[in-house]
Design a protein around this ligand. Structure first.
Ligand code: GLN
Length: 467
């Protein structure tokens, strides 16, 4: 097969130049596979992967907290900015075996902590719809490259919304699978009980293929589980019953009216919409930040300036070496969360914070599971606003955290969630989210595909179609 088979590009060199040129305005890639390296990976894929495999020769991008052998694994942090990964994540390996080819690593909020990519220590990422605005976070680089048409799909990670929120800001689909269904081996840990690797794409068929390729129990990840969906009680083509939160609060006014308009359209199409009560939703943000910070403080303790990562130039003794290395290597938001995490785990405080948050997590999960006795899927907004501007004109760190309410719910409950494009509000894309019971990923994709047909899908300026 000649180079021309690369989705209409006359050569890999031409494609790589296009990526580099386009990325000048987006700043979405932290590193790129060189043209020669990309070409040989492509040739390997063509000789090794089956001609039947739809992913054969397909380029994709990977968030820079997911390992790809031989490429950087910076996590958007000065702590790891000289690291080259000696191995690949299981999810990446599976995609490569199916013939997909990595084109580069994308920007993120440092270690996945944030909702804008502005917490990255290594660069700023802009939204392809309006470069004065953030692409979202923490998988903002992955959402931006998909929305700009630079790759047909990209991998991200989602601990509290980091795939779905940037997907909503950039007008793409973003799938956070059920906990444990995709191996976390090779994902740099932030909050291990909450996070999953997932997918950003503009094509629901491709989303399904990539998900089915990546998933599976992995001996290298003890928390991974087999994908075991229940046989559907619904007949083929039967519409799912959709739950919506009765008193939805905290949406920006334009978002609230856009959301209500979409609900009307869905109702008019004959879907049964049932109002549900989720009183525990109010406690999602404090519970999420308590648990996520506690886990982060334990996971990030490995960056001590000793085995790998940044090491300070000079220290007189061991304690000082670790202290200075961490002080220089970590950004403010990461330091804040480590401090918060150690605080909530301190003896004497643990019952009051960490254990209480775990109880809230159980109650929330029970509440959601009982909602799934009444409805098949739950529909909600992804985020209370559209993409906000960079800097002081945007949302501050505290407002960003409060806005994680809708997304972090799925991580606490370990259930799958899918953000899908819902058109535009005031000229910017916005997303809606479907939550489903464990292992309902395929059904969520089916419903979201049907919903997006109800409104005009529009792509970002400069978008290049992948077929
Ligand atoms: N905004 C959330 C946070 O900062 C989401 C992070 C994520 O999913 N990685 O923790």
């Amino acid at each position: 097969m000649s180079d021309a088979a690369l989705f209409g590009w006359s050569s890999t060199a031409e494609y790589c130049t296009y990526l580099d040129e386009n990325d000048k305005k987006l700043g979405a890639f932290l590193s790129r596979t060189g043209a020669a390296e990309f070409q040989s990976a492509l040739e390997r894929s063509r000789s090794e992967a089956s001609g039947q495999n739809p992913l054969r020769g397909m380029p994709f991008a990977v968030k820079d907290n997911i390992a790809v052998k031989g490429l950087p694994l910076s996590c958007g942090s000065k702590m790891l900015d000289t690291l080259s990964s000696p191995y690949s994540a299981t999810a990446v390996e599976k995609l490569q075996q199916a013939g997909a080819v990595v084109v580069g690593k994308t920007n993120l909020d440092e270690f996945g902590m944030g909702s804008s990519c502005d917490n990255s220590a290594l660069g700023t990422t802009n939204n392809p719809w309006d470069v004065a605005r953030v692409a979202g976070g923490s998988s903002g680089g992955s959402a931006a490259v998909v929305a700009a048409g630079m790759v047909p799909f990209a991998l991200g990670s989602d601990t509290g919304g980091s795939i779905r929120q940037p997907a909503a800001f950039c007008g793409t689909y973003g799938l956070k699978p059920s906990y444990g269904v995709v191996s976390r081996f090779g994902l740099v840990a932030y909050a291990s009980s909450l996070e999953t690797i997932g997918i950003i794409s503009l094509d629901t068929q491709l989303l399904r293929i990539v998900f089915d390729t990546m998933r599976g129990q992995d001996p290298k990840d003890q928390s991974s589980r087999p994908f075991s969906p229940k046989a559907s009680e619904k007949r083929q083509g039967e519409k799912p019953r959709i739950g919506v939160i009765a008193d939805i609060e905290g949406l920006a006014p334009a978002m609230e009216s856009a959301y209500r308009e979409r609900l009307d359209l869905i109702r008019k199409k004959g879907y049964e919409i049932v109002e549900i009560e989720l009183p525990m939703l109010e406690y999602v943000v404090p519970a999420y930040y308590t648990i996520a910070s506690a886990e982060a403080s334990a996971n990030l303790a490995r960056y001590a300036g000793i085995r790998y990562g940044h090491r300070t130039d000079w220290a007189d003794e061991h304690g000082e070496l670790t202290e200075k290395s961490r002080d220089e290597g970590f950004g403010d938001e990461v330091k804040l969360r480590i401090l918060l995490g150690t605080y909530v785990l301190r003896s004497g405080f643990k019952d009051q914070y960490y254990l209480r948050a775990q109880k809230i997590r159980t109650l929330l999960r029970n509440e959601i599971l009982s909602a799934f006795q009444k409805v098949d899927q739950i529909l909600s907004p992804v985020f209370p606003t559209t993409a906000f501007p960079h800097g002081d004109a945007g949302l501050d760190q505290f407002q960003q955290k409060l806005a994680d309410k809708f997304t972090a719910t799925a991580n606490l409950a370990a259930i799958p969630a899918l953000a899908f494009p819902a058109g535009q509000s005031e000229g910017l894309p916005f997303g809606l989210q479907l939550l489903g019971p464990e292992f309902s990923e395929h059904k969520l994709i089916d419903t979201a595909s049907a919903f997006t047909e109800l409104w005009e899908p529009k792509t970002a300026p400069g978008f290049r179609e992948w077929r």
